[in-house]
Design a protein around this ligand. Structure first.
Ligand SMILES: *Cc1c(COP(=O)(O)O)cnc(C)c1O
Length: 372
């Protein structure tokens, strides 16, 4: 199998038999969605696993973010300080709420928002900070909270990459006013499509419930304008099955990741993005930074790998602020670190059952290229 194509990720799934067995009760109940028992069960189990006080399941991570932002009721045209070094969803969610993203530079060391550059971007229109725990690397949550408290801003974390991560022993979803997770097929934990908002205050549960279920509160009662962003029962069951295997899933990712690191550390010109020592890591991605010393550019290495059937990805290039739909529309701030990182980062294939022969194939190419 090691001569086949290798993609950057591969969705984790329970065995066919396990899933089929688990969904059987749906053929008796015919209850397929609308906050069924599996939806409730998954909320309870994730609350424990993520170590958060409150959680609301959503149809996907993007809607989790859109509705989390909407739940605060910011005035249209307000500014949200955020990072351009992320998946496009983060910026879309801000703009689709009628708000203006103000892009802040990131730190070259780990790709998260540079907390030292946030304060200078705050204006009288600023209402929130929306950082991303990119690759599962934890932002400087303490400093960000200090700034938010000083200026009375909300903090909403895009924790789409940070499933199961803890910082100083606390679930990462406890930080800020809200955090969102993605359970998309390509993420560490999946419900096929799915996501969640985590938060500390119970009243936010009711608000999000309205927003994800048309504002319906009774057969004849609609209390506010809402969308439809409910997670269905098939997805919830996929989540319950995948959650059973999550520890071994992350453990195997760790093994593959450490194997990569051991070899790559001997190649000059390749650097990793180091996470905070106070945080756990979920091995969601295998990003490497190709520096000048390597002698071959990131784009060249990407092409060479591709020619060999290895589909590494340039996560995150281009910056979201450089995409046609956002370019030149928002405040122009210096994004030198973000740009540098975006031009040099390459995310290598990583998933729990990636065979070591395949990792060797990838490493050989990276090693050989260096010698040319
Ligand atoms: C995956 C992802 C999202 C969106 O999640 P979906 O479940 O795909 O809608 C949002 N932000 C980031 C950083 C992501 O990687």
């Amino acid at each position: 199998m090691s001569s086949g194509k290798i993609f950057v990720t591969k969705s984790s799934m329970p065995s066919y038999e396990e899933y089929i067995e688990a969904i059987k009760p749906l053929w008796n109940s015919h209850w397929l969605t609308n906050m069924g028992i599996y939806h409730q069960q998954l909320e309870n189990e994730l609350k424990k696993y993520l170590d958060v006080p409150e959680i609301s399941l959503m149809v996907n991570g993007h809607m989790a973010l859109e509705l989390a932002i909407q739940s605060f009721g910011f005035p249209v045209g307000s500014e949200v300080i955020t990072t351009p070094f992320t998946f496009i969803s983060t910026t879309h969610a801000i703009v689709r709420n009628g708000l203006s993203p103000v892009f802040c530079d990131v730190k070259e060391s780990d790709g998260t928002i540079d907390e030292n550059k946030i304060e200078s971007l705050i204006t009288e229109k600023t209402v929130a900070i929306l950082p991303v725990h990119v690759y599962g690397n934890v932002c400087n949550v303490e400093e960000i909270q200090r700034i938010a408290d000083k200026y009375c801003l909300k903090v909403i974390y895009d924790a789409a990459h940070a499933f199961g991560v803890r910082y100083k022993g606390v679930g990462i979803g406890c930080y800020g006013d809200a955090a969102i997770f993605s359970f998309h097929a390509t993420k560490v934990f999946n419900t096929i499509e799915g996501g969640a908002v985590t938060f500390n205050e119970r009243k936010m549960y009711d608000r999000l419930y309205n927003l994800k279920n048309f504002g319906i509160r009774g057969e004849e009662i609609v209390v506010e304008v809402g969308a439809n962003a409910k997670m269905n029962e098939f997805s919830a069951i996929m989540g319950l099955c995948n959650l059973k295997n999550i520890e071994s899933e992350i453990c195997r990712r760790k093994q593959v990741s450490l194997y990569y690191q051991e070899y790559l550390s001997s190649i000059k010109g390749i650097r990793y993005l180091k996470g905070d020592v106070n945080a756990t890591y979920n091995y969601a991605y295998m990003p490497i930074v190709i520096t000048e010393e390597y002698g071959v550019s990131r784009d060249e290495l990407y092409e060479v790998l591709k020619e060999s059937g290895i589909y590494a990805r340039k996560y995150f290039y281009p910056l979201t602020s450089d995409q046609a739909c956002f370019k030149n529309k928002y405040k122009d701030v210096t994004l030198s670190n973000a740009r540098k990182l975006s031009n040099r980062v390459l995310t290598l294939p990583l998933y729990s059952d990636l065979p070591i022969e395949d990792v060797n194939r990838i490493l050989n190419i990276i090693g050989e290229k260096k010698q040319i």
